[in-house]
Design a protein around this ligand. Structure first.
Ligand code: XIL
Length: 444
């Protein structure tokens, strides 16, 4: 009798854990060849850093690329001239490495969130002579070189220049960089960043540059294309995508992404959120959440359908910490894919469904059977994993769906240290080089 109860219990738990694992965006994104799905992590994260709470668990279970919402901006990184603060950025880098996630660096050069020792160079928005072209160039170069060098190989993508264009006209914004250095501050930022880490991908990140035909979007495309033509090391553009529900022109967005592809440039979604007007939401939450789910679904589909758009990052993941209410004087909110209490929203499910369908389609095209052999060997507190297929990494999950260990492939096999793993049942996810994942139960 005891045995039967135990068996039933194990079956229930394993069913629940499968259900939980399936509700994981990165589980499917990893199977959708090279798709990066990510989130900005907010300042609150650094106090609750890697403590296994729901904020951390939600990140680890769903994303494979992260970006700091504020902690790698100029004011955070170089609060005094030549005095760099790496406390939070180092934590984030270590966290991403531990959980095998990529990192976006945001950002190297922007007009906003500058330290006071830089903004001292402006009076009422006009350069006041504190800096010369040469002195400000040296400051910017040193800032970029120091940070990009420190995180060489650890930050895969940098927003090199953020928001350089004016709204409406699409002329260059008269930031302190533009006024004091001149328009070539943009080219220089890319060149200095590229010299510091030639493998890092470099983007020009903007808002309102998403839709084909809009004035700012046209100016941005022409500018970036001319940079590329002049040999400036630019990988592509970031579309911030701070959108309003039910207003997104997906045809124009798709058309825009495609012309960047023709120009040999990537387009990545860097700060997606889709806000809902509070009064609309309150009048009929289900209706507006459904519109939002459809918008998120179209957004992820656009990435899957364009080979130059393989990074999809939302600006936060829980409505609890979204910047939108504050930014809109509490007129808008509800913009992300988890609600205030970390419950998934219809938008989450719509993305998950798209990714699940796409990963199933890819496995059918390029099949490694889920029954493929995964061999396990144990010695000295280590589990060795081998398969007949090329592997990239393996994750060990507990039955609650928490990721405990991530190990990379070395010499065609993967080692998982078991010293700190208590006896019990676990789930192994072995990721193959072709993007597929094989999942196995594992009893320690
Ligand atoms: C926002 C952050 O979310 C806020 O916490 C902060 O107060 C202001 O900046 N475009 C960008 C981001 O490139 O850096 C901005 O982030 C949002 C708009």
């Amino acid at each position: 009798m005891k045995r039967i109860i135990l068996l039933v219990w194990v079956l229930i738990i394993s069913f629940l854990s499968q259900a939980q694992l399936q509700q994981s965006l990165n589980f499917y994104a990893d199977k959708c060849q090279s798709l990066k799905i990510g989130t900005a992590v907010g300042s609150n994260f650094y106090t609750a850093y890697d403590n296994g709470d729901i904020y951390n668990r939600t990140i680890i279970n769903n994303f494979n690329i992260l970006v700091a919402e504020n902690e790698m901006k100029f004011d955070a990184m170089e609060p005094q001239k030549g005095n760099f603060n790496y406390n939070n950025s180092d934590k984030l880098v270590a966290y991403a490495q531990k959980y095998n996630m990529q990192l976006r660096g945001h950002n190297l050069c922007w007009h906003s969130q500058l330290p006071s020792w830089i903004t001292a160079g402006l009076t009422n928005g006009i350069a006041n002579g504190t800096f010369t072209r040469t002195s400000l160039q040296a400051i910017l170069k040193n800032h970029i070189n120091t940070i990009v060098t420190r995180y060489k190989g650890k930050v895969q993508q940098w927003d090199a220049v953020n928001e350089p264009f004016n709204d409406g006209t699409g002329t260059l914004r008269n930031s302190i960089w533009q006024q004091v250095i001149g328009n070539d501050y943009i080219d220089s930022t890319f060149v200095w960043a590229h010299r510091a880490d030639p493998d890092a991908k470099l983007y020009l990140n903007e808002y309102s540059g998403e839709m084909y035909g809009d004035t700012k979007s046209e100016a941005m495309f022409n500018y970036v294309k001319s940079m590329k033509d002049r040999g400036i090391p630019i990988t592509g553009v970031g579309f911030q995508c701070h959108f309003m529900v039910n207003t997104i022109n997906f045809t124009k967005l798709d058309q825009n992404i495609k012309r960047y592809a023709v120009a040999g440039l990537e387009v990545i979604i860097t700060e997606l959120d889709i806000r809902i007007k509070n009064t609309d939401y309150n009048s009929n939450p289900a209706k507006w959440l459904a519109y939002q789910a459809s918008d998120y679904q179209n957004m992820i589909n656009i990435c899957l359908n364009n080979s130059n758009a393989k990074t999809f990052v939302t600006w936060g993941f829980t409505d609890k910490y979204s910047w939108i209410p504050n930014f809109t004087n509490n007129a808008y909110g509800y913009s992300l894919i988890f609600d205030n209490s970390y419950t998934i929203k219809p938008a989450y499910t719509s993305i998950l469904n798209v990714l699940a369908t796409e990963s199933a389609r890819l496995s059918a095209v390029n099949p490694v059977k889920e029954t493929a052999e995964v061999r396990l060997f144990f010695t000295n507190g280590l589990a060795f994993i081998k398969t007949d297929n090329a592997m990239t990494r393996c994750q060990l999950f507990d039955m609650k769906g928490n990721c405990l260990i991530v190990s990379e492939v070395k010499n065609n096999k993967i080692e998982i240290p078991l010293n700190n793993v208590q006896s019990g049942m676990y789930i192994l996810k072995v990721q193959l080089e072709n993007g597929q994942t094989i999942t196995r139960k594992f009893i320690r």
